[in-house]
Design a binder for this molecule. Structure first.
Ligand SMILES: [Zn+2]
Length: 143
């Protein structure tokens, strides 16, 4: 059965970093049908599983490590995280940074409704992915 996330892993689209168990990526402008909120990352198990309850202990540990490392690399004022899963039945943990200066009225869950929120298309996402990858690779960054 076709799965958007399994296909994405296969193609390598939006991938920032990965290991045997998890893939860290940035949401793609094509799925969102236009510019996306910059820094909206997803941590996804390589294995096609639906929910947290389906993870092995090693996958669960890896999910936590990747989420923490990604949140650190985002260098945001705060990082929100959530698992929703209404559209795609392959587990994915959303990580959404709140940037300094975001008005209180637009804090979670309205971050991307802020007219001045940083958004971008493929070029901006590619640039940010490179920055985040460099921060993840910086010395002293365990994951
Ligand atoms: Zn899948």
């Amino acid at each position: 059965m076709a799965c958007y996330i399994c296909d994405k892993h296969q193609a390598g689209d939006g991938v920032i970093a990965a290991d045997d168990l998890m893939v860290l990526g940035h949401v793609l402008p094509d799925l969102a049908d236009g510019p996306v909120y910059l820094g909206h990352l997803v941590v996804e198990p390589r294995r096609h599983v639906q929910g947290l309850a389906d993870l092995t202990p090693d996958e669960a540990a890896a999910l936590g490590r990747w989420a923490a490392a990604a949140a650190h690399a985002l260098q945001a004022e705060h990082v929100y995280s959530s698992i929703v899963g209404h559209r795609i039945d392959h587990l994915h943990l959303h990580l959404v940074p709140r940037y300094p200066g975001t008005p209180r009225d637009y804090w979670w869950p309205r971050l991307d409704e802020w007219p001045a929120a940083p958004r971008g298309g493929n070029a901006e996402v590619t640039q940010l992915v490179a920055q985040i990858r460099a921060r993840l690779d910086a010395p002293g960054h365990d994951r």
